[in-house]
Design a binder for this molecule. Structure first.
Ligand code: UCC
Ligand code: FAD
Length: 586
C-alpha cells in the first residue's frame, strides 16, 4: 500500500515523475578502442600533439555541436522554386545550424588535416578520428564532407594535368577559412541506374569553342545540392554528334554549381527528394541544361577516374557506420543507468546488459576495421604504401563499407529498442539514428554491387589480392601465438582463412552467385584477426580479450557454411527463382 500526500496529478496536471534523458560524455575520452588503437600506432610525440585536440573536440560533439545537430534534424532544407512573380528562382533554403556546420568543418580542419599532411602518414588517421567523433553529431554535414574529401583526393591524383583545378578548387576544398571553404558534390546516378553507371548515364557533353563543354542531362540524386562544385560523368559528343556506349564513352567532368554572378550554372533544381532519412541534407534532382563544365579525364576514363573519390567516400561511409553504432551504444549505456523497470535500473538486468554487450562487440569490430583501413590510406596518401598493402586496401575497402553499413542498421535498430517507447519518439533524436543508418547500405554502392567490386579487385590482381589477404591474417595470428586464452579463437580464424581460399580456388564459376557471402566471410575473418591483435597488443585489456573471443564465436565463414546447404549451384538458382516468384502473376 502506498500513502499519497495530496493528489499528484491535481496540481501539476502532468504528474511528478520525469525520466532523466541519456547524457553524452566526452566522446573521445569514453572511447577506449579509438584511444587504444591510436596509441598503438601513432608515434608518441604525435599522439601527444593530436590527443588534446581530439579530447577537446570529443567534448564539443557532445555539447554545442550536438545542439546544432539536433537543430539540423528539426530545420530541414526547403526549395523555393518560383518567386511571387512566377520567376524560376530555385532558391535552396538551409538552416542556420547547417550553415554553421560548414564553418565548423573548416575551422576544425576536418578536410584540411588530411591534405596539410603535417603529421605525414598519421594525418589521415587524425583526420578520420576527428570525423568519427563528428559524424554522429554532424546533422549529416558528414555527407558533403565525404564528397569534399573525395573531390580533394581526385584533384590530388589528377591535379598535375589540370593545375587550374588546384588553384581554383583544391585550395578551397582544403581550406580552414570558413569564408573560403568549398564543398563538393558527386553526381553519378541518373534515372536509368546508379549501380550500373556505364549503362545509366545519358548526360551528353558538347564541346565549346573555348575548350569547355556544356552538359545536357538529368542527375537523379544530388546530395548536398548547396555544394560549390561537383565531379560528374557525361558522354562527350564527337564531331558527328555521336557518342560511345558503355563505360568507354564516359568521361569525368568538373563543374561549379554557380556562375560568378551567383546564378545557377544552367542547372534547374527540379525537386528535393522526399527521403526516409538524411532529411537534413538537401538531396535534389537536377536538370543540366547547358551547364558549363570541364573535362578532366581522358576520354572513356570517367569511371576509373572517379574511383579514387569512391574509395574516400566509402571510407567515410564506414566511419559513419562505426561512429553511429558507437553513439547509440553510448547513449543506451548511459540510459541503462537512469531508467528503472520492475524496481531496478536497467543496468542491473543481465539480459539487458547482454543486449548492450552484443552491440558493443559489433561496434568494436567495425571501429578497428575502419581504423586499420584508415592507417593504410594514410600510407597511400604519402606514397609509402607497399604493393601488398595497396592490394589489401583495394580489396578490403568495399568489404569495409558493405559490412559496417549492415552492422550499423542492425545495431541502430537494437539500440533504439533499448530506449523502449522513447526510442521511437522523434524529438529524442534517437529515431534519426536508425533512419540515417539505412542509407549507409545504399549510397556509395549497395551491398551486392560492392560484393561484386570485391571480385573485381581480386580478378584485377590476378588473384594475388587474396593471397595477400591470407598472409595478412597469418601475420596477425602469429602475434597471438603465445596467448593461451586466445588459442582456440586463433585456430578458428586460421581455419576460416583456409576455407576462404579453398572456396575461392575451387568454386570460381559460382563466385558471382556467392559474392555476398564471400564478402561477409572476408569481413568477419579479417575483423577477427584485428580484434585478436588488439587483445594481445601491449595496451589490450580484459575487455578486448573478451570481445575478441566473443566475436570469433560466430560463423566466420558463411560462404563455406552456406555452400553446404545452398551449394551456389544452378539448381539453387532455379529453386530461389521459383520460390521468389511463387504466385507472381504478371
Ligand atoms: O551515392 C553517392 C553519394 C552519396 C552521398 C555521399 C555519402 C558519403 C558517405 C557519407 C556518410 C555520412 S554517389 C554515387 C555512388 N555510386 C556508386 O558507388 C556506384 C556503384 N556502382 C559501382 O561501383 C560499379 O561497380 C561501377 C559503377 C564502378 C561499375 O562501372 P563499370 O564501368 O561498369 O565497371 P568497370 O568497367 O569494371 O570499371 C571501369 C574502370 C576499371 O578500370 P580499368 O579500365 O583501368 O581496368 C575498373 O578497374 O573503373 C575501375 N574501377 C575501380 N577502380 C571500378 N571500380 C573501382 C574501384 N572501386 N576502385 C578502383
Ligand atoms: P539499382 O542499381 O537499381 O539497384 C537496385 C537493387 O538491385 C539493389 O539492391 C542492388 O544491389 C541490386 N543489383 C543491381 N545490380 C545487381 C547485380 N548485378 N547483381 C546483384 N544485385 C544487383 N548518387 C549520386 O550519384 N550522387 C549523390 O549525391 C547521391 N546521393 C544519394 C542520396 C541518397 C539519400 C540516396 C538514397 C541515394 C543517393 N545517390 C546518389 C544514389 C545512390 O548512389 C544509388 O541509389 C545507388 O548507387 C544504387 O543505385 P540505384 O538506385 O540505381 O539502384
Amino acid at each position: 500500500r502506498i500513502v499519497h500526500s495530496g493528489m499528484p496529478f491535481a496540481h501539476a496536471k502532468i504528474g511528478q515523475f520525469f525520466q532523466d534523458k541519456p547524457l553524452l560524455g566526452n566522446q573521445f575520452s569514453e572511447d577506449t578502442v579509438l584511444q587504444s588503437y591510436l596509441q598503438r600506432y601513432v608515434p608518441k610525440e604525435i599522439y601527444g600533439e593530436i590527443s588534446p585536440d581530439l579530447k577537446r573536440f570529443g567534448e564539443r560533439v557532445a555539447t554545442d555541436i550536438y545542439d546544432l545537430h539536433l537543430q539540423c534534424d528539426k530545420e530541414i532544407p526547403q526549395l523555393e522554386q518560383y518567386d511571387a512573380w512566377g520567376k524560376r528562382v530555385d532558391n535552396l533554403i538551409t538552416s542556420p545550424a547547417w550553415k554553421r556546420m560548414h564553418d565548423i568543418s573548416a575551422e576544425e580542419g576536418l578536410i584540411a588535416i588530411a591534405y596539410e599532411k603535417k603529421y605525414g602518414e598519421w594525418s589521415r588517421l587524425y583526420q578520420m578520428a576527428k570525423l568519427y567523433l563528428y559524424s554522429p553529431s554532424a546533422g549529416l554535414y558528414s555527407c558533403p564532407l565525404a564528397m569534399t574529401d573525395g573531390a580533394s583526393s581526385i584533384i590530388e591524383t589528377i591535379g598535375d594535368e589540370n593545375p587550374w583545378m588546384k588553384e581554383r578548387a583544391y585550395i578551397r576544398l582544403t581550406s580552414r577559412d570558413p569564408k573560403k571553404f568549398w564543398t563538393s558534390g558527386q553526381w553519378m546516378t541518373e534515372r536509368r541506374g546508379g549501380s550500373d553507371v556505364a549503362k545509366g548515364t545519358e548526360t551528353l557533353a558538347q564541346l565549346q569553342p573555348d575548350g569547355s563543354y556544356t552538359l545536357h542531362g538529368y542527375k537523379w540524386f544530388s546530395s548536398a545540392t548547396d555544394s560549390d562544385m561537383t565531379f560528374t560523368l557525361a558522354r562527350p559528343l564527337d564531331k558527328n554528334g555521336m557518342v560511345v556506349d558503355g563505360t568507354k564513352g564516359l568521361s569525368l567532368f568538373y563543374l561549379e554549381i554557380r556562375n560568378e554572378d551567383d546564378q545557377l550554372n544552367n542547372i534547374q533544381i527540379q525537386k528535393l527528394k522526399n527521403k526516409l532519412g538524411t532529411k537534413q541534407v538537401p538531396t535534389a534532382e537536377l536538370l543540366l541544361d547547358g551547364t558549363r563544365a570541364f573535362k578532366v579525364s581522358d576520354d572513356g576514363r570517367g569511371v576509373a577516374s572517379i574511383s579514387s573519390m569512391l574509395t574516400i567516400t566509402r571510407m567515410h561511409n564506414a566511419l559513419s557506420s562505426a561512429s553511429s553504432m558507437r553513439r547509440i551504444v553510448n547513449m543506451a549505456r548511459d540510459y541503462s543507468t537512469r531508467r528503472q523497470a520492475f524496481g531496478n535500473v536497467l543496468k542491473d538486468y543481465p539480459l539487458h546488459i547482454q543486449t548492450l554487450a552484443r552491440m558493443e562487440i559489433e561496434t568494436r569490430g567495425a571501429t578497428l576495421f575502419f581504423l586499420e583501413m584508415t592507417r593504410l590510406l594514410g600510407k597511400e596518401d604519402v606514397k609509402i604504401i607497399s604493393d601488398e598493402e595497396k592490394e589489401l586496401f583495394r580489396l578490403m575497402t568495399p568489404v569495409l563499407k558493405l559490412y559496417t553499413a549492415k552492422q550499423a542498421v542492425s545495431v541502430a535498430s537494437e539500440g533504439l529498442e533499448c530506449f523502449g517507447g522513447q526510442g521511437y519518439i522523434e524529438d529524442t533524436g534517437i529515431p534519426g539514428i536508425l533512419r540515417d543508418a539505412q542509407v549507409l547500405t545504399i549510397w556509395e554502392g549497395t551491398t551486392n554491387i560492392l560484393s561484386l567490386d570485391v571480385l573485381r579487385a581480386i580478378s584485377k590482381s590476378n588473384g594475388h589480392a587474396l593471397k595477400t589477404y591470407y598472409k595478412e591474417i597469418q601475420n596477425k595470428l602469429n602475434m597471438i601465438k603465445d596467448n593461451k586464452s586466445l588459442e582456440e579463437s586463433g585456430i578458428k580464424v586460421s581455419n576460416a582463412a583456409d576455407n576462404i581460399i579453398d572456396f575461392a580456388t575451387k568454386n570460381t564459376s559460382s563466385l558471382q552467385f556467392a559474392a555476398r557471402d564471400f564478402a561477409y566471410s572476408l569481413a568477419r575473418t579479417y575483423m577477427s584477426a584485428l580484434m585478436l591483435e588488439q587483445a594481445t597488443s601491449s595496451n589490450g585489456t580484459d575487455q578486448d580479450i573478451y570481445a575478441a573471443i566473443r566475436w570469433c564465436q560466430q560463423d566466420l565463414c558463411p560462404v563455406t557454411t552456406n555452400h553446404k546447404t545452398e551449394s551456389y549451384s544452378s539448381q539453387t538458382e532455379d529453386a530461389n527463382f521459383n520460390l521468389v516468384f511463387d504466385g507472381y502473376s504478371r
